[in-house]
Ligand binder design. Structure first.
Ligand code: FEO
Length: 400
């Protein structure tokens, strides 16, 4: 069923209430998601994006209830990833000759996934325009690496709508559709989680793109992303948030992340957390066992932090696989402007702290010298060492 957006523009996407994970199992979607597609019915009828492959037949059947598919003059494919292009095969089977407007890289990704089917691709680049009647036009803006090389946005003049695709989205099922009608806590929680886990690796490109968008001086009444709520009330609020988040963001927060074998490393984690509060009562402290906690949620808390302390016992001359996998994901996210410390228990060879420090440095963290390396179970002196570690992490003396 369509939902009215503005003027002759409607939402015709799919709300995925049951979705539990995205990108395989790499991203937890605790509040569902949506794949937003949009229908413009001016003198020309334009479909912007489709939905994920499993929903392709439902999408086409629902679209048929709204319009005669032969009335569609063209399709805009802002992005080739299958959560937005996945219904093209079912749709183009019905309207095989209609033009598809997209970037040159999107042709590669769409043909790469679905094969060369002879579709009528029209390659566009930043600044290209398409007249749609009524004095309105669509303006294309390449969004390279936000978050794929093929990504682009489409701006509709007259209604002043930026169809931003993945940028400014959230994995958040919102039947009410608009940001002002959504639960505000969940909206921002999911917008930040999405930014941290999907877009942060491309933050330098994002900063440049935000500046480029600002220089275009386009009036923006609505930002319509390809996932989650449509930004209708004060749409620039999410642009302002992105500008902050893309600028080596941090709050007065420290995250302690660890896994443990026989609770020794857990005791160190809790001692470090308590010491942070003792030395800096205003600092928010988060503690996670990374083998048990949701990794996307933990990464969101690390993103908000000014420092992390990461712990693992030594096992097999190395670290626990849970922590190793977590650190690999941490590296991918390319956080900036954060300190890190390492800690862990050992019984024999005791390499974990050295390995943790190397991996944290490789992930772009400013690793402090102080660490806690505890033989068997933490003793009083190990727990006391937390004071020096924490003071260095916080950049203050232990007695402050
Ligand atoms: Fe929502 Fe990059 O796909």
């Amino acid at each position: 069923m369509r939902k009215h957006i503005k003027g002759n523009v409607s939402w015709v996407g799919y709300i995925d209430w049951e979705l539990e994970t995205f990108h395989g199992d790499d991203y937890s979607t605790m509040n569902g998601s949506s794949q937003n597609a949009y229908l413009i019915e001016e003198e020309k009828t334009v479909l912007i994006d489709t939905v994920w492959t499993p929903h392709r037949f439902d999408f086409v059947e629902n679209l048929k209830k709204e319009i005669d598919l032969n009335k569609i003059d063209c399709v805009i494919a802002n992005h080739g990833e299958c959560d937005h292009s996945g219904a093209l095969t079912a749709l183009m089977a019905e309207i095989p000759d209609k033009p598809i407007y997209c970037t040159a890289n999107a042709v590669k990704s769409i043909e790469g996934q679905y094969g060369k089917r002879g579709w009528n691709f029209n390659v566009v680049k930043t600044g290209d325009e398409l007249e749609i009647g009524g004095g309105k036009k669509l303006v294309f803006i390449e969004m390279r690496m936000l978050h794929w090389p093929d990504s682009m946005a489409t701006y509709m003049t007259g209604e002043n709508i930026l169809f931003a695709n993945d940028a400014f989205g959230q994995h958040f099922a919102v039947e009410e559709l608009f940001n002002d009608r959504a639960n505000q806590c969940l909206l921002y929680k999911e917008a930040l989680k999405y930014f941290v886990n999907i877009l942060n690796p491309f933050a330098p490109m994002l900063k440049k793109k935000l500046a480029e968008l600002a220089a275009l001086n386009l009036p923006i009444d609505i930002i319509a992303p390809s996932h989650g709520a449509v930004w209708r009330e004060n749409p620039m609020q999410i642009v302002e948030k992105y500008a902050q988040w893309a600028d080596a963001y941090q709050e007065d927060q420290v995250t302690v992340a660890y896994d443990t074998m026989w609770e020794g490393t857990a005791k160190l984690a809790h001692a470090i957390a308590a010491e942070i509060s003792r030395q800096s009562p205003g600092t928010v402290v988060k503690v996670f066992n990374v083998a048990k906690a949701d990794k996307n949620e933990v990464m969101t808390e690390v993103f908000k932090s000014k420092a992390v302390a990461v712990g693992s016992p030594t096992v097999g001359n190395s670290i626990l696989s849970s922590v190793a996998g977590w650190l690999e994901f941490l590296k991918q996210l390319k956080f900036k402007n954060k300190k890190a410390a390492a800690f862990g228990c050992y019984g024999w060879s005791g390499e974990s702290v050295k390995i943790l420090k190397e991996l944290l440095a490789g992930a772009g963290f400013d690793v402090i010298d102080e660490s806690i390396r505890s033989l068997w179970n933490p003793e009083e002196e190990d727990l006391a060492a937390a004071a020096a570690l924490v003071s260095s992490l916080l950049g203050k003396s232990p007695e402050e």
